[in-house]
Design a protein around this ligand. Sequence first.
Ligand code: ADP
Ligand code: MG
Length: 727
Amino acid sequence: MSTRREITAHISSVKFETITAEKVSTYFGQNTFSEEIMKRRVPASVFAAFKNWQATGTQLSATEADAVANAMKEWALDNGATSYTHWFQPMTGLTAEKHDSFISVNGTLQIIERFSRNNLIMSEPDASSFPSGGLRSTFEARGYTAWDPTSPAFIRETALGKTLTIPSAFVSYHGEALDKKLPLMRSENALAASSKRLLNHFRETPVTDVYSTCGAEQEYFLVDGGYYRLRPDLQLTGRTLIGASSPKGQQLEDQYFGSIKDRVLNYMMDVERECYKLGIPVCTRHNEVAPHQFEFAPIFEKSSLAADHNQLLMDVMQKTALKHNLVCLLHEKPFHGINGSGKHVNWSMGDNEGNNLLNPGKTPEKNEEFLSILTAIIHAVWKHSDLLRASIASAGNEHRLGAHEAPPAIMSIFLGRQLFDIVASLIKGESIDNRTMDMLKTGLENLPHFMQDQTDRNRTSPFAFTGAKFEFRACGSSANISTAVTVLNTIVAEAMDSISDKLDKAKGKSDKKLFKILQEMLIESQHILFEGNNYSKEWQQEAQRRGLPNVPNTAKALEAFITPKAFEVFGKYNVLNKVELESRYNIWVEHYNKVRIIEAHALEEIVQTQVLPSAYEFQVDIGNSLEVLKDMASDNSIPLPIHAVDDRKEMFARLTEDIYQVRKHLHKLQDMLRVISLKDQVEQADYLYNDLAPHIERIRKHVDHLENTLPDSLWKLPKYRELLFNM
Ligand code: ADP
Ligand code: MG
């Protein structure tokens, strides 16, 4: 096994394959069974039936479904695929797949490739091994994956072969959602219905379709694979459980948007190439704030496709990293004291004409449709800020929320000056004056003048309006965005319906009636608007005065999913029923507990087997050197400083104290883990948050002190300065 030092020496000589750039448009989506390809490979009537299915929900006939399955199979075989799999997003937080070969035996016992409509439409993985959060005790354990025709099937390539991959939803025997995709798709329907209803108050031609759009900015860290393999904590938990700060961290702020290292750029281009083949439109790459932290951002798409693509992107990022002897860390907080990683979920709505419904236009004050949707969103976020907070709750994200570099656990909305002023006028019932956009002048005539953005940046806001979309910034980097988008879609659908209800009641829409409705809703919900610094202490106090919830504790935040208010809104829109919500809550709390318990055991093992043995070795070294010094001190001919022996004794005592403290706290940790096993899930979560987490920090403090005390040659675990600065 290589040592830290060998790995460090090796890194400087890493050679990488150069990537030949091709024009992206020539191969974009080549590994996807796109509508264009389907159109070429099925009879025109079948394609028309497929489109009609998407538009109206009229199912394909058996013959039509067979034709699609056959075309997909032929395309996959032509492209070298040998197997197929349904690909789904169970409640593990990861994606899941079970591969089957195309081969089958015909009547004359010959091997042939076969793939029928039944293979395409559904599959039955054994559901009993996926988390169901109690659904299983009430219902049968069977689960089915069902083809999602809105997300194109694709071919996943590895060095050894190719697999046709079919995006699918995962449902129980009785139709309960066992995954993250089905609720998202249901929430898309809810949003479509409510927004069509609202928009038809404003439009002459009826709106036929509305969908939400999403672009998720994906942050991540890269570390060298050699170091990673020497860090069991990273391998088992995705984050460093111990590690003294590097003298240089991110103080100089010299990493953000900095020049990208060749090894990293090479990796990024490799990821992009794979993404383009899969039809994932990644378009932005850059260095993030922390050392070795980066970001990919895609062009936005319809939310359910964007959610699939983000899951796939994370998979591509992790697999590609291995090819470069790198490891891609998606954990929200891999390094203590260094910025964590989030996933900014940019969210908006589009209609069948391709209009962005959150585009304020040049004169937002006159744009009644925009102002109504804006009001609906403000009201929704205010009324259900607890659900939004819960939608991003996880053990990993708990390290970010409320810490300095990440949005607090308090939800608030930033609108920017122009919209804030307009909303303030609406609230006061004043007429809204014309606001012209300012030109931004640099003071140099040889640089172009350009329009100032309608919104300034407020990096500290968890939910910010950024031009023509909202940016939900509190989402964690490893999260599946579906949950956040499902919540957003559902609560906004409810608020839009509430405007429609009031308009219907007012019988006939006039400007005056509309503005009165918006005014009332904004007065009720205005406390959610905050333009200031969300990271400040003052905001915490202010938010408390305003009655906004602030829940840093993950399991407590998740309780929002099992309130009567949640049952009502998710139930009304058929997104998640009470049983599904309760099962989700159970799964998430249990997951939180398991993560924290694994971390505790991993810490215990690393400290016992790697940290303490090195400390004992050093203790012996100092003990020996103390003996030598004492001998020499008794020899008056050697002029030692008078306190030399005492100094060495003190050094020995301090080291011994650290060792003692670590051991004492480890014993306590073992006791705590025993206590935990006797508690139920909710009590466990409480205990893990309030008692175990602070205790782990105590152990870490002493271990990190040891790291800075022991000789470099005795320390086995790669250090922060290596993980974060050598690549
Ligand atoms: P910003 O600079 O405000 O972050 P960008 O234009 O760089 O904005 O976009 C950031 C992300 O937001 C990208 O992934 C982009 O595709 C996405 N985005 C832009 N417009 C929309 C929209 N209408 N709906 C959803 N996402 C969007
Ligand atoms: Mg960003």
